[in-house]
Design a protein around this ligand. Structure first.
Ligand SMILES: Nc1ncnc2c1ncn2[C@@H]1O[C@H](COP(=O)(O)OP(=O)(O)OP(=O)(O)O)[C@@H](O)[C@H]1O
Ligand SMILES: [Mg+2]
Length: 271
């Protein structure tokens, strides 16, 4: 077989889209945030989403996971049109999310958060929660992936920001069976926890069983994790490229020039 043909980074990242957005629009009052988003996520790939602060990245993720509903446009899951009216509905279709702003439920313990929405129950008609088993598995899982917390019985509000975020990502990685949406999963983290989470996501990606969208302002992280990158500007996806066809320098230059254009528009508007 010829070795001249360029190979994709991820061999399974070639199939038909597992998730597609077509012409998604969303406004908050007079502010139109999404102006026709076309996006496709292929089976087993990691897609990076970049854009300025306020570009609408989190809004898009919150539509894909059923937290917000879109004003217009459609979403297709494995080729079938879907409309989720809750996060639970999206989760039932195998879509797990780590939110930028609401990572864990503060009053629940570490192990309760880890099993949120996927609680283990005892056998028998009353289906009592199997707390002992969840505690044990939570301890084993966190040890396995090297996440250190004081105790699996600690309430999430007593953890540091980085620990909380690590638990939130670990929870979603464990629960995801089709699609994982990660909105700035490394934002609150130090170097050790960032490395740990990057490796966790890379392992999941390498398994090929889950497709991932990740938002991160750190392009070095994105280039390490992603097969493809989409740039969001003016409420649309303006660039869609495999990472091997772009570079950190090119993306940085793009974002800086978009920021300059916005500044000029503001100045012209104010003049
Ligand atoms: N629930 C809401 N109600 C009103 N406006 C909102 C709401 N959520 C987001 N917005 C506005 O929509 C715009 C896009 O916000 P969004 O959080 O999607 O941006 P982002 O690209 O994720 O930014 P960042 O990189 O800072 O996280 C912002 O102007 C924000 O103020
Ligand atoms: Mg955001």
């Amino acid at each position: 077989m010829s070795t001249d043909v360029p190979q994709p980074t991820n061999p399974v990242a070639n199939g038909k889209p597992v998730l597609e957005a077509r012409g998604l629009t969303k406004s908050f009052g007079a502010l139109q945030v999404l102006r026709g988003i076309d996006l496709s996520l292929r089976p087993g790939e990691v897609l990076g989403l970049v854009g300025d602060n306020g570009a609408g990245k989190s809004t898009l993720v919150k539509i894909l996971c059923g937290f917000h509903s879109q004003d217009g446009g459609e979403m297709l899951l494995e080729g079938k049109q879907v409309r989720f009216n809750s996060v639970e509905a999206a989760r039932a279709h195998g879509i797990e999310t780590v939110y930028q702003d609401l990572a864990l439920i503060p009053q629940l313990t570490v192990y309760q958060n880890l099993f949120l929405g996927h609680e283990l129950t005892m056998l028998g008609p009353l289906r009592f929660l199997n707390n002992r088993q969840m505690r044990k598995l939570a301890r084993e899982y966190l040890d396995e992936i090297n996440v250190h917390v004081p105790s699996v019985d600690a309430e999430a509000e007593r953890l540091s920001g980085g620990q909380r975020q690590a638990i939130a990502v670990a929870r979603a990685v464990r629960a995801a069976n089709k699609i994982l949406l990660l909105d700035e999963p490394l934002a609150a983290m130090g170097a050790r926890e960032s490395r740990l989470i990057i490796n966790l996501v890379k392992d999941l990606a390498a398994s090929g069983r889950v497709s991932i969208i990740v938002i991160d302002h750190n392009y070095a992280h994105l280039f390490e994790l992603c097969d493809r990158v989409n740039v969001m500007q003016g409420g649309k996806i303006t660039i869609d490229r495999p990472v091997h066809e772009t570079s950190i320098e090119e993306l940085t230059e793009l974002m800086v020039s978009s920021y300059r254009r916005q500044l000029e528009q503001v100045r012209e508007g104010g003049a």
